[in-house]
Design a protein around this ligand. Structure first.
Ligand SMILES: [Zn+2]
Length: 675
């Protein structure tokens, strides 16, 4: 089961931590556009001037609160990395030494340009040496261990029906485009992307030393193989159904399902001695993929795997490869104008490959312990609020309520950073080469993953690093997690008033909690097991309310003719609505006994709550990026996350005095009530 995140989707010092949290007005009045009525377009009323004054920087496809905070974050992480490089006393084998060498080999463009494609010569030779299917399977295993995933993904994960145990997991994959639909859709935009993709693959093969004719032929081969895989892949919608994607078997069952792929050889080559139980996410994909392995000549597979290798390695090779990849994945797919400066790209790779090593230094330097305390209070108040909402729900019966409340009571909370860090001592990072360091980190990550198979789950582990501006709910762990990096403005105001904190981070907390009760999360019980604990009547009532929200978002038009996919985004939309509702209840409790008529900057507490929510989602998006996200992203566009939600919330009508004559006014009986 995948995590449900908030957004799409990276020893105390003596200094005074308080000074490191930005102090800014929680609601900056200058960001509003008060020429627009709250009842006409609340997104632009709350953010209009910010949107006008913050055009998308050339290196971005989307720019808003998340990206602005990531930029601040980048500066902090850069300091950490440059300090590590400058520290001549860093002990060999320490996380500081590893970060320093990783970052500095990445910044050494002289060496990288000089080496060029030779950085992956050993791997290219391995591919050339393949003679038959048996060699091919071993090669696939070799690349999987190195973090490159032709054909499919292999990893470990909790057993959906026995969440105490970690088992082997197989998941569809092997595509160079971000989704199967790009290969199969007949709309003009998809066709254009396919043409550009084939050109890009061809150019990449030319850069790797093929003449144009051969390179173009290779590109056609890659496209044909990947289209074959796309045809047998599940759709995004199908992937959202936990029941469809739970197909537990064992080695014998897998061999029966996909006999043409030599699984014994594969598992031996990746180093998995006892396979035990295996979940095959998409059985149809695996049985058809195995048939393809037998049917398609080995020489074509070699070209496909070569493409997988060069494609994955391109950002770490010489600039010609890097630029070619940028020209397709960033320019064609997302409309980005300019490459990010190298330090940001290397920093992100370092932060990704050495996640918790970087995280340790990040929280030591930048995370104030007071933030954790305030956050814990907020989470507990939100939990109480959701509890009182569930108790009062009119559409849910007592039997289901009992289990829902038990699930909420057992929901675990993680804030800031892990109690126990990943031990990086088995990972060697040195000054030799950027690409080698990346491979070493990938192999280290793969081995860690492999070692979990067949063992009890480690409840101390985190699924995101502390330096990530995001949050998540894990259905198998039944827990909500808030990394340190999101506990900053405009999400979290350490010294802010209640209204802005409940409207921003409060809704984020409520959003993650609600994921435990969205269309996917509700299928898991308090122990994180896929088990139906709903009465038939309550499940039907849930579906009925959900349908209203699906229809509503389906009718949400973007870019004239496109619309939000109500079904794809339903889990996130339920979470946003639940988050808003529950955070508002929690705010009312926090305000009890306080004077609610006091205004700050001319706004009441309730108004500031909704303004704080809207500014979390402020941001501009390029058209191409919006088109891409409408297809791929389970989250609705920023504008819809505000305007698609607030007009469903009764308190919003009161706070801004929305009247039936207002554009977005909705009669009460048309507003869905879920949590
Ligand atoms: Zn979410």
């Amino acid at each position: 089961m995948m995590l449900s995140s908030l957004a799409f989707l990276g020893m105390m010092y003596s200094c005074n931590h308080k000074n490191m949290i930005k102090e800014e007005p929680a609601i900056n009045i200058a960001n509003l556009d008060t020429t627009i009525k709250p009842g006409a377009d609340f997104f632009r009323y709350a953010n209009g001037n910010w949107l006008k004054n913050n055009p998308i920087p050339a290196e971005y496809s989307i720019y808003g609160s998340f990206e602005a905070l990531k930029e601040d974050n980048n500066k902090q992480l850069r300091t950490i990395m440059e300090d590590a490089v400058a520290d001549k006393n860093a002990k060999a084998g320490s996380v500081k030494q590893k970060i320093a060498d990783f970052y500095s080999t990445g910044m050494d463009t002289v060496a990288i340009e000089k080496t060029g494609i030779k950085a992956i010569q050993a791997e290219l030779d391995k591919i050339d040496a393949v003679k038959n299917i048996s060699d091919l399977i071993k090669l696939v295993a070799y690349f999987h261990v190195s973090g490159i995933s032709p054909f499919f993904y292999f990893g470990s994960g909790q057993d959906d029906k026995n969440s105490e145990k970690v088992i082997a997991q197989l998941y569809q994959g092997g595509l160079g485009l971000p989704d199967r639909d790009y290969y199969l859709s007949t709309d003009a935009r998809s066709k254009e992307i396919r043409q550009e993709y084939v050109k890009h693959v061809g150019k990449t093969f030319e850069l790797a030393g093929n003449n144009k004719e051969q390179a173009d032929k290779n590109a056609e081969t890659v496209m044909s193989v990947e289209t074959g895989l796309a045809k047998v892949s599940s759709t995004r919608l199908e992937l959202r159904d936990p029941i469809k994607n739970y197909n537990k078997t064992d080695l014998a069952g897998l061999k029966k399902m996909a006999p043409q792929f030599d699984w014994d050889q594969y598992f031996a080559a990746i180093g998995l001695k006892a396979t035990g139980e295996i979940n095959v996410g998409q059985p149809k994909f695996f049985s058809e993929m195995a048939k393809m392995v037998a049917r398609i000549p080995v020489d074509q597979w070699k070209i496909y795997i070569k493409w997988n290798l060069i494609h994955e390695a391109s950002p770490f090779l010489s600039s010609a490869f890097d630029k070619e990849q940028f020209s397709f994945y960033s320019v064609v797919l997302s409309g980005i104008k300019e490459m990010k400066p190298r330090w940001k790209r290397v920093l992100n790779t370092t932060s990704y490959c050495l996640g918790e090593a970087v995280g340790q230094l990040y929280v030591e330097k930048y995370f104030p312990p007071e933030a954790k305390k305030r956050m814990l209070e907020l989470v507990n108040n939100l939990k109480d609020a959701l509890k009182s909402r569930i108790e009062k729900l009119s559409w849910m019966g007592n039997a289901t309520k009992k289990d829902a409340l038990a699930k909420l009571a057992k929901m675990n909370i993680k804030i800031g950073y892990p109690d126990k860090w990943i031990d990086y001592s088995a990972l060697t990072i040195n000054k030799s080469s950027y690409y080698e360091n990346i491979m070493a980190a990938s192999r280290f990550g793969f081995d860690r993953d492999l070692n979990k198979i067949g063992k009890p789950v480690d409840r101390k582990e985190w699924g995101m690093t502390p330096q990530t501006v995001n949050a998540y709910y894990s259905p198998n762990m039944n827990e909500i997690v808030f990394p340190a990096a999101i506990l900053q403005p405009p999400f979290f105001f350490l010294h802010g008033d209640d209204a802005v904190n409940y409207g921003a981070i409060g809704v984020v907390i409520g959003h993650e909690m609600t994921h435990g009760f969205d269309d996917q999360g509700r299928l898991y019980d308090k122990d994180g097991n896929l088990r139906d604990w709903w009465t038939r009547e309550d499940a039907a009532n849930f579906e009925k309310q959900t349908k209203v929200l699906i229809d509503q978002f389906n009718s949400y038009k973007m870019l004239d003719s496109l619309h939000v996919d109500g079904k794809l985004t339903i889990g996130e939309n339920i979470a946003d609505m639940g988050g808003l509702t529950v955070a508002y209840v929690a705010l009312q409790k926090a305000m009890q006994g306080k004077d609610q008529t006091i205004k700050i900057d001319g706004f009441t507490s309730d108004q500031r709550f909704f303004l704080a929510y809207a500014q979390v989602w402020r941001g501009n998006t390029r058209d191409k990026e919006l088109m891409r996200r409408l297809k791929e992203d389970v989250h609705s566009p920023k504008e819809a996350r505000v305007n698609g939600q607030v007009y469903n919330i009764p308190a919003f009508y009161k706070a801004f005095d929305i009247k039936p004559s207002d554009k977005h006014f909705k009669p009460e009986n048309q507003r869905p009530v879920i949590w």
